[in-house]
Ligand binder design. Structure first.
Ligand code: NDP
Length: 312
């Protein structure tokens, strides 16, 4: 049971009184809202940017996927608000792999750019892995270059993907115990599932990773003190799959006919001790941590932090 968070008593009481969701659920879980923490992180980033002088973030979008365009716009708005210099490279879907790599190489060589993010997935015909590998690892603020993924695997995190960092920050903010806890992650993507599993492992949780071939998902999830759900399947986790008192992180963003829903049924709030809302949970943290990663990249590049191995 994880109901012993030091700051949760008053919050719990308040949320119980007012805690009726749009679907009529009586809440009992503390909602781990991302907005307030993300605001704090972004304010700290703005201070850091002032201190560093200039910090630059570049995004590369190939094609015109509407959801990607919205995500990119939000990232630029947040970067601008933090005082960063931001560059939005929009490239046609007809671009060749070589041209895309040249675009990335030009950003690598641009001294005014500290962080580079290539929006994935790329349109059909372009190779995600080749594009990501073209990014200078020190500028890889999405933490997807094999060097940075490998450093995380080895327990020496350099650049770590923003969403898992945001999840860890939310769990920390709510003082969810991880050392010795049983953690279950649903999803094994390079950008969410695998990196969050490694971060939880490094925090000394006992980690199980589930995926689309996992037999009897509930058997795994019912054991979880901490459950992170990143499947992209609307409400794949239901109340009967969650251990009483668990901390549940819903990463999913699914656009359905009834609106935006997560991967977790909101009724899970009746059994969980902590739950991230969708929207307003992990989402705001992802953008905040991307900005924090960009400041980190600026520090690496200025020699204020040591970037291991491949840079002297
Ligand atoms: P991917 O599609 O890359 O990965 C989904 C993972 O879930 C895969 O590993 C897949 O298994 C697994 N999965 C799919 N169906 C099932 C199932 N029925 N049972 C168990 N596992 C299943 O997605 P992402 O990791 O990129 O994103 C996951 C979700 O999180 C999406 O909804 C996405 O929109 C959202 N997201 C939200 C962010 C935020 O800031 N809030 C940021 C990033 C993502 P397998 O490997 O076997 O195919």
């Amino acid at each position: 049971m994880l109901r012993s968070s030091a700051n949760s008593g008053l919050v719990l009481a308040t949320q119980r009184l007012g805690g009726i969701t749009s679907r009529g659920t009586n809440l009992s879980a503390t909602l781990m809202k991302g907005g307030p923490l993300a605001e704090r992180v972004r304010a700290e980033v703005a201070d850091d940017v002032r201190e560093l002088g200039q910090v630059g973030l570049a995004t590369v979008q190939v094609g015109e996927d509407p959801a990607s365009t919205i995500y990119i716009r939000r990232k630029h708005e947040a970067a601008d608000e933090a005082g960063m210099h931001s560059v939005d490279r929009k490239l046609p879907a007809s671009i060749s792999q070589e041209e895309l790599v040249e675009e990335v190489a030009a950003l690598n060589a641009d001294d005014g750019i500290d962080g580079i993010l290539v929006q994935l997935p790329l349109p059909r015909g372009l190779d995600d892995a080749a594009a990501v590998t073209a990014i200078d690892p020190v500028k890889d603020v999405d933490g997807v270059h094999p060097f940075n993924a490998g450093e995380l695997y080895l327990g020496r995190p350099t650049h770590v993907p923003a969403t898992p960092l945001g999840i860890m920050a939310l769990l920390d903010e709510h003082r969810v115990p991880l050392d010795g806890a049983r953690a279950v992650v649903i999803g094994r993507s390079d950008i969410v599932g695998k990196p969050i599993a490694h971060l939880l492992l490094q925090a000394h949780a006992t980690v199980t990773i589930c995926h689309s071939h996992t037999d009897d998902l509930a058997r795994q999830t019912l054991d979880a003190d901490v459950l992170v759900v990143a499947a992209g399947v609307p409400e794949i986790v239901t109340t009967d799959m969650v251990k009483s008192g668990a901390a549940v992180v819903d990463v999913g963003i699914n656009r359905t006919e009834s609106g935006l829903v997560g991967d977790v049924d909101p009724d899970v709030a009746k059994v969980a001790a902590f739950l991230t809302p969708v929207p307003g949970g992990v989402g705001p943290m992802t953008i905040a941590m991307l900005l924090e990663n960009t400041v980190r990249a600026a520090r690496f590049r200025r020699g204020l932090l040591a970037f291991p191995g491949i840079r002297g």
